[in-house]
Design a protein around this ligand. Sequence first.
Ligand code: FUL
Length: 517
Amino acid sequence: MMQRTSRVLAIASALFFLLPSCRKGDERSAAGLPAGSRHFALIPSGETGGEIVRTAAQIIPTANQLAWQEMEFIAFTHFGMNTFTDREWGEGTEDPTLFNPTAFDARQWARVLKDAGMKMIIVTAKHHDGFCLWPSRLTEHSVKKSPWRDGRGDVVGEVAEACREAGLKFGIYLSPWDRHEPSYGDSPAYNRHFMNQLRELLTDYGEVGEVWFDGACGEGPNGKRQEYDWWSYYRVIRELQPKAVIFGMAPDLRWVGTETGCGRETEWSVVPVRIKESAAASDSLDDIFIPGDMTAADLGSRERIASARALAWYPAETDVSIRPGWFYHAGQDDEVKSPEKLVDIYFSSVGRNGVLLLNVPPDKRGLIHENDVWSLTGMRRILDETFAVNLAEGARIEASSARTGHRAEFILDKDTASYWTTPDGIETGSLEWTLPGKRSFDIVLLQEEIRVGQRVEEFSLEAWDGKSWRPFAAGTTIGFKRLLRFAEIATDRVRLTILRSRTSPTLSAFGLFKFRS
Ligand code: FUL
């Protein structure tokens, strides 16, 4: 059994998290950040349930994970050979001359996606068919063999540049499964090839915010067998793009588990992760992490973490396409999700402690289709109008208790780095808002201060009807953001009760809104 003192692996520097909450002066101190906060922890055998819960409450995001979470809404653009062959998965044998967009304009992508409120574009640099959207020096199966721009085009380069101009972050999807590359299946050779592809993409196109590792592989039982060297891939990314987060088959971000745009009602960012048998206290998570299935309905409850060998901050990214397919198909032009459906997806992803990764696949022209633009514009209008006025503004707040430096008033200031929390040892509590007058609303927004971890396990909301408190909503986890919708109510007093928390609960933002369709 490992020594208690050595069992904890610290990756994130606690100092980073102390700075933002200290900057407003003494009163907004970082009290509440548990001593020894860290990005992940090994759990020694024999640890009691209570000790594991305390450890879970001390897990905090890395700086990169926090910056990613704060983006909330990001774009996927599936574009490539499949756009021209009308398929979802290519064979790898497609003729590169088929790739020929007639009006490719990455600036149009950036404009449309930015107007929709997205903060980053992740482009499919290479999908499973192996066709490269950049003129890779490592294969001939790329844009350089296409008639587009006489073989001198570079989709990845133009998207990266358009993102920079628009003030968006830029990310890449690079499919590990490659149906074209001859070395695929010869594990060491393909691993070298894949790392060299990463090197090209991570060196030649400026800052990369996210690298997306898809777990899909359709080789089947008689297909090629490739042992991916994930750990070397992570090393290349950390070396060349230290600010990038790695999705999927990697320790930074997990797949939410469906492609519907729907996160869990209970969505923990602190979950058990698989680690190598040989894991030791001196290792970094990158070295010991084993990619695994994270699709279970319950990932982070007390029952689930009770048998964990390691716990990590491992938040959910919720990917969904605006169309039935991931790639553009003219036959789906009338099946673009409506503005209302996209708004529902926003509520069930961003509103459930996830980041929404919405795929908007450019068409054969190399443009985002008019129907998709229409839906995105409609969605943005509804969200902007709905969240324009926080009806809780101007309210008086009272808390059942507050830690010094963490008054309840901090919840309604505009600074999400200041927050309310309770004194040590107090794990429940209530907050009461007295509004400036009677207000009608049907949405509540709650945010925990995740810089100090994710803690709240159960809460309820009540409204004063003049005589008594009437419950109108309840939930389990909050996390970075929780949005609840319910039948409209009118009241001048609202009460939030935290019924269960893993340590002193926190709240950094609260809002009451009226849905505007
Ligand atoms: C899956 C892939 O197989 C799909 O084609 C798409 O890229 C989706 C985002 O991930 O695993």
